[in-house]
Write a protein that binds this ligand. Structure first.
Ligand code: AMP
Length: 281
């Protein structure tokens, strides 16, 4: 497995692969890998000739009071995981290699970033789309994989790719959960034992919502209220609970078609996200 730090090196490698008519896939990550990442890597591996995984904690997608400086890292363990998955190249740029000059150019997907995480994390998606556009120009993939865990990110990137004519197929992987339902996340490592138990309320509230919808509930307000009650009963502080159209991310009044139920909440001072897609006839 090659480990590369500089964009130019990877661009040269990607050009060679493309010259040999090889199909390149990529999985962008911030590292501290878990089985959620691995599920994307396995999918990507099975659909490509060459697979690049990037590990980059991108400073421009973190707000001032967020966890950039303490974001968990364990590169040696990440390399071992990726080697075992048969990854061809891991791209681990330093901040200096990615941003040799303070960037003056940003990619901004409007509208789709107004609600959900976009409204509670100012400039977050601008940072994400800018770095993903850079990664696409560096890795030159034919296919890129993203997780449903960050569903809004997937929709935003798909739209960026469409609007800017990136010739890349954007694919979605399911959320991987621990046995007790908690969605895997690098940030779970911050949770104390008591908070780890409290965090189970996130998935419990989504399962409750799914059951309400399947037994005929169509009121967005009623579902929202029920989710908030379940979260608050476990002393989890709600950041947002939103029910939106799964394609446009527009707010819904009534549940119809495929609806994304998404939430963000603080468990202690750790901000976690989770979501579920529900269908109603
Ligand atoms: P991150 O390292 O958190 O930026 O995540 C990198 C990619 O892995 C993103 O596309 C995430 O949506 C995806 N991902 C994170 N957690 C999970 C999970 N529990 N299941 C599936 N994909 C995930």
């Amino acid at each position: 497995m090659k480990k590369l730090e500089y964009p130019k090196e990877l661009q040269a490698l990607a050009d060679r692969w493309r010259g040999d008519k090889l199909c390149i896939a990529c999985v962008p990550t911030m590292g501290y890998l878990h089985n959620g990442h691995v599920s994307l890597v396995k999918k990507a591996r099975s659909k490509s000739d060459r697979l690049v995984v990037s590990i980059f904690v991108n400073p421009i997608q973190f707000g001032e009071n967020e966890d950039l400086s303490v974001y968990p890292r364990d590169l040696e363990n990440d390399f071992e995981i990726l080697r075992n998955e048969g990854v061809d190249c891991v791209f681990v740029p330093s901040v200096k290699a990615m941003y040799p000059k303070p960037p003056l150019t940003f990619v901004d997907v409007k509208g789709l970033t107004d609600n959900l995480c976009g409204s509670s994390r100012e400039n977050h998606f601008q940072g994400v789309t800018t770095v993903v556009a850079k990664l696409f120009n560096i890795i030159k993939p034919h296919i890129a994989y993203f997780g449903q865990k960050d569903y809004q990110q997937y929709i935003v990137i798909k739209r960026m790719v469409e609007d800017l004519n990136f010739d890349i197929d954007i694919r979605l992987g399911d959320i991987v959960r621990h046995q007790d339902g908690l969605a895997m996340s690098s940030r779970n490592t911050y949770l104390s034992k008591a908070d780890r138990t409290r965090a189970l309320a996130l998935w419990r509230s989504l399962v409750w919502a799914r059951e309400k919808v399947s037994s005929g509930e169509r009121s967005v307000d009623a579902i929202r209220k029920g989710i908030v009650e379940i979260l608050e009963a476990s002393s989890v502080n709600v950041d947002y609970v939103e029910l939106v159209d799964s394609v446009t991310l527009g707010k819904k009044k009534e549940i119809s078609g495929t609806t994304l139920i998404a939430l963000a909440a603080f468990v202690g001072n750790v901000r976690l996200i989770d979501n579920i897609l529900v269908s109603a006839a």
